[in-house]
Structure formats: structure tokens, C-alpha cells
Design a protein around this ligand. Sequence first.
Ligand code: GCO
Ligand code: MG
Length: 402
Amino acid sequence: MRITDAKVIVTSPGRNFVTLKITTSDGVTGIGDATLNGRELAVASYLRDHVCPLLIGRDPARIEDTWQYLYRGAYWRRGPVTMTAIAAVDTALWDIKGKVAGLPVYQLLGGRSRDGVTVYGHANGETIPEVLDEVAKYVDLGYRAVRVQCGVPGLDATYGVSGDKMFYEPADARLPSEATWSTERYLRVVPELFAAVRDRFGYDLHVLHDIHHRLTPIEAAGLGARLQEYRPFWLEDPVPAELQDGFRLIRQHTTTPIAVGEVFNSIWDCEQLIREQLIDYIRATVVHAGGITHLRRIFDLAALHHVRTGSHGATDLSPVCMSAALHLDIAVPNFGIQEYMRHTEATDEVFPHGYHFADGYLHPSEEPGLGVEIDERLAARYPYEPAYLPVNRLMDGSMHNW
Ligand code: GCO
Ligand code: MG
């Protein structure tokens, strides 16, 4: 069997998604997510102009070899664009391998290690009472874990808080919108939020929070220490992770678990954090970290160092990525939790899939392959729409991390 076609499909059913579809000489097809929020067309071009021509004629069964060919063969290693493109190829080839074998991909990864994949939803609101009502909705739906984010008094927009509760979408403008940030005000509100959540829902529910790269290590250390009594499941992205020594400082002051990695794209981005046990959860996911092949390598390294998985699962990762992530989640020994932001109905229609939610768990599809397809005719009805993530400034106008 040979690869006879590789095409890139860009569609925007409410938000932009880039998908690679590979077809073989036997007529088997496989798809991979290639979406890089706010920079979608860079990956589309990387695939169309530089990768697809290399795939024609290759043996689709040689997944590892193709991964190495694209990684080493580019000469320019790593980076979000390259690794997202490689991820798309890798994911599509696993899909094909599963279809050819007649097995869901998780069976090819060693089979189930658990019955279901614990997921967390996003509860957010401008005020603490509003967040509590949102948490209640998730609890009613059966969720066992909820991420809580609330508005910061005095700031007009806060990361993670949106009008559209279920389908929160940060890339909402044709040019980046500008938010303002005050660490002092933020640090006052988060302990109040956690206290209120524990007061109303007790300690059985897992409660998570995303700092979104905004603090310094010592600020994060202080917050972790203050939140400890409320037993957060994790604090996510407390500081930007380029300077990984900073995490040691956090560790010296708090036992609140730390999760990092949604912007990582290779094992080298997390190697020190994992090896030195500076984090508890690694949040890399299939689409941005080189596909199933490379993410499994990251998860295996993590398993050796008591680090569990907590893959990114925001709405800008398509149902193709979510399907692939679930096959890994159900198979790896060191699974921790999976983020699950629901896609809109329009997105779900473009990407019909077999995974489903029940009792706080997601269950991967039992179909051969990944169990997700793209409806190309429908996809063509939603042309690409330029959209950017916001940027963030301190109160005095300095650029900060969004
Ligand atoms: C999360 C993430 C997202 C990102 C988004 C960027 O934890 O889900 O932080 O909200 O901001 O995926 O494209
Ligand atoms: Mg995050």
C-alpha cells in the first residue's frame, strides 16, 4: 500500500480548523488535526507546500520512519509550526493503521488501562456566585472535575471568563483584542474563589485553575501555598515555562500540584521539568506535540518520574485531536486527567466522531482507527476567517503574557 493523496482542509465552523487527509492506494483514508490557533495558515502552507509532496508514494504503515523523516529531514527541528504539521501526518497514519488492522487505535497502543477517561469542564463567571452556579451545572451533568475561572474586579476582561459558557472561544477578533492585567487584584480573588467552591461543593469534586502564564515563580509559590488548604487538583501554567529553573522555586514553597505544557511541542520542552520532578502533570497534546508517536514518548518519560498526563483539550483543538488524545489517555499507565471543552454543534457536524461523554468520563470510539471523520462537503461551507488570540497589557500599558 502507498500514499496516493495528501490534502489540507481549512474550515471554520465557528472557529478555524486545519485538517490533513491522507488517502492510500487501497482507498483507506486517515485524518490528523493541524490547527494552531491564530497561526493556522502557516501550518496549512507548511503541509501543502513542504510536506504533502514528500508523502506521495510512501508506505503508510511506516509511522515511526515517516516521523523521523519529517523531523530529521526538515533540518530545522521543533517549533509549533513544524511539530503541528508532523503531528497531523502522524495522527492520520495511526488512523490508517487502525482502519487497516480493524482495531481502534488504543488497541494498537497496548489496550485499555482504564474504563474511562476522567475529564474536566470549564466553569467560569464574572463573579464568584456566577462561577458557583456554573460549577453546579457541570456537577449536574456528572463531571467529577471542574476548572474554575472568575473575573477580577477592576479588569474589563479576564482569561477564561466568557459570555458563552459552554463554548468559550478566546480567538474572537479579526485583530487581537487587548486585555489589561493586575497581578495584585488577581491574587486577591483566587483564594476567595476556591474557598467559595469548597464551601458549596465540598472536597469530593476535583477543582482546577489555569493561571495562563501570568505570574512570577515567587508569586505562584505564594498563591500555591495559600490555596493548599482548598486542595486544588492543579494550578496550570503558573509561569511561562521557558525558564524551567523557576519551577524549583515554586516547589520549595508549596505542595499544590502544578500542570504545564499546552504550548510545548517536543519532549525537549518538558525534559527538565519532568526529570527534576518540578511538575505533576504534563499538558502536551497530540496536535501540538508531534502526534501520537511523540506524545507517547513524552508520556513514557513522565511515567518514569511520577508525572501524570493532563492533556490540553480546548475548543481550538479539533475533534480529530480529541479523538486521538482519548486513545492515548485510555492506554497509558500514567494518565491523570483530560481537559474537555465541548465543541459547538457546527464543529461536531463537520467532524462526526464516536467518542462520547458519560458519568464524568469520555470514552474513545470503538470504530477501527481514530473513529472520527471530516465531512468535506460541509467543511467547504465554512471558509477560513482570520481570528487572533487576545494580547495582554499591565495597567501601565506594558506588554504582559496573555
Ligand atoms: C486551556 C488553554 C486554552 C488556550 C487556548 C489557546 O487551558 O484550555 O489555556 O484556553 O488559551 O487553547 O489557543
Ligand atoms: Mg491552559
